[in-house]
Design a protein around this ligand. Sequence first.
Ligand code: PRP
Ligand code: ZN
Length: 298
Amino acid sequence: MDEPRLKLAIQKSGRLTDPSLEMLARCGLKISRGKDQLMAYGENMPLDVLFVRDDDIPDLVQEDVCDLGLVGLNVLEEKRLELAARGHPVRFEPLRTLDFGRCRLSLAVPQGQAFAGPAGLAGKRIATTYPYLLENYLRERGVTAEIVTLSGAVEIAPRLGRADLICDLVSTGSTLQANHLREVETVLESHAVLIRTPLTLPPLKSEWVERLVMRLDGVQQVRESKYIMLHAPRAALDEIRRLLPGSEFPTIIPLEGSPDKVAVHAVCRETVFWETLERLKKAGASAVLVLPVEKMLA
Ligand code: PRP
Ligand code: ZN
């Protein structure tokens, strides 16, 4: 019998596509994908990747077409509010917050136009593809404005005279700049999220979800982690330990021929800055080496 295969939905083309594929590659997944294909076959894992519009990902997971999805919190939260408004249950489950796809849903006004805070939005027309999040934002501030719901190209709405301002995603800010818009308020901070179906999966699938999540955790930890090696006077060991960022149990190794010195090896789970190295040196450390960590399994 064929092994059951997991289906994971990712954004077909957009901000999340490349970082999602890169993340999966770091988790060890090799995929083969023909040109323009909507599905890529996982060669070394029973997992196939579906390329879809990001806005469709919550529904695909919710309706059990896909077992997993990688999508922005912005899309998830919009869907959550939409389902609530329609009286439908939310059935996708967030599994992990991911460290990519950072962006924000923001209000932006035409450059040169003043912004008088949320209260100044009263009676204005705001174009967006996120009507539920925007409505929620306005309601929380007790402001009544007209929401102009569009399916795309929100940034040109003010120039076309369809809206006074917009509420759209901002990542690098280049889209706003190209359209002479100025970001004035954040509605939601967003990042990528891994979601799963609420269904109980058959054992083999379930096992692969666990393995994938464990690898994701490893990849995310490794991104900041460094392996530090240094020589330290025994007398300075306590201080040097304190200075090593995010390391629990450094390995202490005696140095042949120098009884008052030891070698210290440690995994630092936080960014190692130059300042840290300078402080270590001041505390008496020498021969300091900082190496990248390739893989980690807790
Ligand atoms: C978003 C948004 C903007 C762009 C902003 O699109 O709609 O067009 O990113 O990014 P920037 O600040 O770096 O210019 P997204 O990739 O989410 O695709 P979609 O909105 O078409 O789904
Ligand atoms: Zn989208």
